[in-house]
Write a protein that binds this ligand. Sequence first.
Ligand code: 5GP
Ligand code: MN
Length: 338
Amino acid sequence: MNSEDVQAIKALVSKPKRIAIVPHKNPDGDAIGSSLGLWHYLKSIGQEVRVIVPNDYPRFLKWMPGTNEVLNFEKDHIAAVEYLNASDLCFTLDFNHLGRVGQMTPILEGLGATFIMIDHHQAPDNYAEITYSDSKMSSTSEMVYNFISSLGDANKISSEIADCLYSGIVTDTGSFKYSSTTSKTHQVVADLINKGASSFEIQNKIFDTNTPDRLKLLSCALKNMVILKNYNTAYTILSQEELDTHNYRKGDTEGFVNYGLTIQNIRFAVIFIENKEEGIIKISFRSEGNFSVNEFARNHFHGGGHTNAAGGRSDNNMEVTIKQFEALLENYKEQLTR
Ligand code: 5GP
Ligand code: MN
């Protein structure tokens, strides 16, 4: 963060304010970890503050300290709207354009609050008074650590804050494996452990909570996998029926898309997940190397994200969506195979 922004934020939080913290729709570990980490910090310096999520998040994140105080815009609608409308400051975390909060978008667009964006996605929109955006960062949670440190408050990072930020970093880096993980990331994580983050317990709570149903759903996704050798691409699908058969719960398909990338020479992996209720196919894209799934998702599937991890959707049925996808690959053959 540049020193001008630091000074501006210091001035903003020098007096008690009413603050809202909003992560993106379908919040993941980084969205929730960064939001709750910032929430604990702002509370500790005497602010009135609430985290407001656009919709529900997976059960494997619901142990995080502060989770019971989170307002859900869908479930606690009236309280959430009231709180937002009366807020002075609104932190938006882990997303780069207001469309990413789904049904909350018009409310945020109408707020009189001062906006502060903290985010690591490429090409941020220009809606915030203060934009702390850095696409080289492993995670928004690492940025919240930097944010608190820039304000001179690293010593105020409690074990609760450390647990939340560690969770966000460990999930967004695939347990410190993805190319966004830097030596600085490891230094931040080391400091979080020194400040009380319980790394073993956190990883256990997030990653070792499989149900038999989830594992069987994974076997379904693996069985459905199609490998297109000519394009170094692997994709898989899950139909609504398959999700229902395995009592799908939010978060159950997290990480499934990554299996395709573990195959030798595969550089592009995709999962298509049918959502009958919303009438869409939700898509996750992953890549290794220079092939930008951010561009691919933006250009063809109403989405976006990072170079190597992005999401999007299709409003067509599964069959049509897959045909479209396969036809598109020819245009990228050079990039995918060179
Ligand atoms: P996932 O595939 O795990 O849902 O998302 C991967 C990355 O893409 C995350 O950084 C997420 O924020 C972003 N992403 C997921 N879905 C969408 C979408 O519909 N639109 C945009 N712009 N980004 C998305
Ligand atoms: Mn993130």
